[in-house]
Design a protein around this ligand. Structure first.
Ligand SMILES: NC(=O)c1ccc[n+]([C@@H]2O[C@H](COP(=O)([O-])OP(=O)(O)OC[C@H]3O[C@@H](n4cnc5c(N)ncnc54)[C@H](OP(=O)(O)O)[C@@H]3O)[C@@H](O)[C@H]2O)c1
Length: 268
């Protein structure tokens, strides 16, 4: 699996990881993913796998990856309502405990909360880095302006990533936050990178299928290759099916040619 540097750090992460929103587990997907190099696992305190209470996804991820943590880069998220300075350590510790880890590699603010000053939240996260409970600070669903405010508030550690909805068919972010992230060395973690597997309902669907035919790759592989072929972009598709792990891992290690990339660039 190809890896890239996370933000301005010397730590690398795979271009393709695995998401766990609405992940039901129990079929060995995460372990198989790990073996295929999909070792960035993304979760959140709010994800309720199996329809259980919030936090259940972290518990499930913890169960499935127990004993394998040396090989995993674990990313979790704190919900916007929990961003007060006094709440941040409580929620980070609870996430680490559910996962069964001593350190969360990447701890992300799940979304902005305008009613809590960003400096307060970032300060609390920086103290968690000092403590060793988290390694890196990230954000999610931040606009360029919101990201800039977070960067200005970060006194001692960089904001290494911004996880945003970005895929072949949904490019709202492309002109604003994507360019800003690239300029300031913030890794874009593309969530919903397969557009929820709706390959047929978009204006660009014909182009996707055409490139899929001409490359001999599946639509999912083409969508992911197009995404992570961009500077500073990685992706975290979600699957519950072990048989799809090899397909997802095969999204990298080959290149779209210039004409195919141009056609995909222009299709949305
Ligand atoms: N930060 C945020 O606010 C936020 C929001 C949404 C998502 N996320 C993160 O991003 C991750 C992925 O996003 P997502 O789950 O919303 O959407 P997604 O990855 O775009 O799509 C998931 C869907 O694609 C299907 N799929 C997976 N691999 C496939 C393949 N090779 N061919 C055909 N279909 C395939 C899955 O079905 P099967 O399971 O049946 O394979 C599932 O229905 C989440 O799990 C979460 O970690 C973050």
């Amino acid at each position: 699996m190809d890896e890239v540097y996370l933000g301005p750090t010397q730590t690398t992460v795979p271009k393709i990881g695995l998401g766990t929103a609405r992940y039901f587990g129990g079929r060995g997907v995460l372990v198989k993913g790990l073996a295929a190099g999909l070792r960035l696992i993304d979760t959140a305190e709010s994800y309720n796998a199996r329809g259980d209470e919030p936090g259940a996804a972290e518990t499930l991820v913890g169960e499935e990856l127990a004993g394998l943590w040396d090989d995993v880069f674990i990313a979790s998220k704190i919900s916007p309502r929990n961003l007060a300075a006094s709440d941040v350590p409580v929620h980070a510790r609870a996430s680490a405990q559910r996962l069964g880890v001593e350190v969360i590699d990447l701890y992300q603010i799940h979304g902005p909360n305008p009613s809590i000053p960003i400096g307060e939240s970032i300060g609390a996260l920086e103290r968690l880095v000092d403590e060793g409970l988290i390694r890196f600070i990230g954000v999610s669903n931040f606009s360029a302006d919101q990201l800039k405010a977070a960067q200005d508030a970060a006194r001692r550690y960089p904001i290494v990533s911004n996880q945003i909805r970005y895929n072949l068919f949904e490019r709202d972010v492309a002109d604003d936050v994507l360019a800003y992230c690239q300029e300031t060395q913030v890794t874009v973690i593309a969530h919903t990178p397969l557009a929820l597997a709706d390959f047929d309902g978009h204006a660009g669907s014909g182009v996707l299928h055409e490139v899929s035919r001409s490359t001999g790759r599946t639509p999912a592989q083409v969508m992911l290759n197009w995404l992570v072929g961009q500077d500073g972009v990685i992706a975290i598709p979600k699957t519950d099916r072990p048989e799809r792990v090899t397909e997802l891992a095969g999204s990298v290690g080959w290149d779209l040619d210039a004409e195919q990339r141009r056609a995909l660039d222009a299709c949305a």
